[in-house]
Design a protein around this ligand. Structure first.
Ligand SMILES: [Zn+2]
Length: 286
């Protein structure tokens, strides 16, 4: 769930380490090397932290109110229902004067573990949206190497960067019934709890990092029996004791960065066939 702007060197190194290596089917590398989706019915298989994806669709590059960050990573794929949600969010953001939204990582063409950056985003239900609202379109060069802006200073939001527009954007995203939860820095959840009310606050889940972007996770598509739902959100708005435990000044803040992924989750059996499906190396039609 961590994503931040890093030098191109990290990307190049990650791409090199993502060489075909089909003899090692369950490592992160081969999933990152797949450039085209598996053309089956859309299905989110397994969980966000151990899963894969069929029937993925690319977020259209010309979507209203949206710009895709770091398109060179080829992580702009999702379950079609997730794509529909993001497209709608872009339109709504445009109508509310928040556009363009900067869309960070979604999933790889067939989902699966990523070579660097995230432990999740594996089954086409996760998308990162940046809090930074530039107010005007970024250039292609800026999109490929964007500047992230933190909304947090220590254990509080930074009033120089965080404001009512960011809160409105979170509310907009959380109000969509397809959205199950949104990971935000604990300081951001605290700021939302302070200035807003409503059931939607429950969907904001505190997690370290997530100070430059928020991470939206959709619920399993109905009828998709391959998709393993996450445990339900605890009752209440989560603004009380649970949040305080994150913000306790004795809690040591972790050192977060975009590191190579060494974790090798056990993927569902069905993912093996999806990884080996022919046509994987056709150029993405984009
Ligand atoms: Zn994320």
């Amino acid at each position: 769930m961590v994503s931040s702007a890093r030098s191109g060197l990290v990307l190049v190194m990650a791409l090199l380490s993502a060489a075909p290596a089909m003899a090692e089917p369950m490592s992160a590398g081969p999933w990152a090397a797949l450039v085209a989706p598996a053309a089956d019915q859309p299905s989110s298989i397994g969980t966000a932290a151990a899963g894969c994806l069929t029937g993925a669709r690319a977020l259209p590059a010309d979507s209203v109110g949206l710009q895709v960050l770091r398109p060179q990573r080829n992580r702009f794929w999702s379950h079609p229902r997730t794509v529909d949600f993001i497209v709608q969010l872009g339109r709504d953001a445009q109508a509310q004067g928040l556009a363009p939204l900067l869309v960070g990582d979604m999933s790889q063409p067939r989902g699966g573990p990523m070579a660097f950056g995230h432990g999740s985003h594996q089954n086409g239900l996760d998308v990162d949206i940046w809090f930074r609202l530039p107010g005007q379109a970024l250039t292609p060069a800026e999109l490929s190497s964007p500047q992230a802006v933190s909304m947090v200073k220590g254990r509080k939001v930074n009033s120089k960067t965080w404001g009512s527009k960011q809160l409105r954007l979170l509310h907009l995203a959380a109000s969509d019934p397809r959205v199950e939860r949104i990971f935000v820095n604990p300081a951001i959840k605290a700021a939302a709890c302070k200035s807003a009310k409503g059931d939607w606050l429950a969907k904001l889940r505190p997690w370290w990092g997530h100070d430059e972007h928020f991470h939206i996770r959709l619920s399993c598509p109905s009828g998709d029996t391959n998709c393993q739902p996450q445990a339900a959100i605890p009752p209440g708005d989560g603004c009380g004791a649970e949040l305080s435990s994150w913000l306790n000044k004795n809690t040591v803040l972790p050192d977060l960065g975009e590191k190579p992924n060494t974790r090798r989750p056990d993927l569902p059996e069905a993912c093996t066939a999806i990884l080996e499906r022919p046509g994987a190396r056709e150029a993405a039609n984009r």
